[in-house]
Design a binder for this molecule. Structure first.
Ligand code: APR
Length: 242
């Protein structure tokens, strides 16, 4: 199985802000206020306004060549492909990827902070109290200190990984930053795509250090060509003749 872990860097060229760059979200907003259960408790309106604004930004963005290349890989690869994303945008799905796990949640899916029930519509602001328990709306986003989503499915997939690719993630957040180590244990091929070195660069064997919109389409072409070549060789008899 090919597993791709994506971070904010894959959406940067679509105009969606990353978190930890000089102009990143965490430079302009306090994590404690915006992305913790305590911050939500203190000022839920501020948190709702922040994530509604992020939803608007994502709605104004388009998938880029990196997203499109991954959906092509899913369509054409002879082995299963799974995208595990830390991103809360829907650019993978809008690019055509179907097997996508959002381990940190997603924008545009308000839930009740009380009972967890899904709430109508996409926006947080203006949501009436939860019809089931009277609770207030919160984003379906994993706040710091909360359990990420889909960890069992991800662990199951990592137990079958043959190629592991990290794209546009700083490797600063766990457990996502640890996945490459599980891939190493499986002796999987490990490739990092990023514009610079990260804290998990040394856990990878191949480095594609450049913009995702350039590096990912190239990498996808190579992987598909390798599969075809393998096919051709396997198709050919011991004497190399078909
Ligand atoms: N192409 C490739 N990589 C890029 C590009 C690009 N065009 N632009 C930026 N990057 C890289 C940066 O070098 C950096 O390593 O993307 C990474 C973005 O890192 P972060 O902003 O830390 O984002 P991410 O790794 O996704 O953050 C993980 O932290 O704040 C939490 O829950 C949030 O899911 C998020 C998690």
């Amino acid at each position: 199985m090919i597993i791709i872990l994506t971070g904010a860097g894959i959406s940067a060229e679509s105009g969606v802000k990353t978190y930890r760059s000089d102009t990143g979200l965490w430079e302009q907003h306090s994590i404690e206020d915006i992305a913790t259960p305590e911050g939500f408790e203190r000022d839920p309106g501020k948190v709702r306004a922040f994530y509604d604004a992020r939803l608007d930004a994502v709605r104004a963005a388009e998938p880029n060549a990196a997203h499109l290349a991954l959906s092509r890989l899913e369509r054409e690869s002879q082995v299963p492909v799974l995208v595990v994303t830390q991103n809360v945008d829907d650019l993978h799905e809008r690019a055509g990827s179907r097997r996508v796990l959002h381990m940190h949640g997603r924008l545009g899916a308000p839930v009740c902070a009380g009972c967890g029930a899904g709430l109508p519509g996409e926006r947080l602001e203006g949501q009436p109290p939860c019809p089931a328990c009277g609770g207030q709306a919160r984003p379906d986003i994993t706040f710091f200190g909360e359990q990420p989503k889909h960890l069992e499915e991800i662990a199951e997939a990592l137990s079958q990984v043959t190629i592991y690719i990290s794209i546009g993630t700083s490797g600063e957040v766990f457990p996502a930053a640890r996945f490459v180590r599980r891939a190493r244990k499986r002796k999987a091929r490990r490739i990092e795509v990023n514009i610079r070195r990260t804290r998990i660069t040394n856990d990878h064997r191949e480095l594609r250090h450049g913009p995702a919109s350039i590096e990912v389409p190239t990498l996808v072409r190579e992987i598909l060509a390798e599969q075809l070549e393998l096919d051709r060789q396997e198709g050919a008899g011991p004497d190399g003749q078909n």
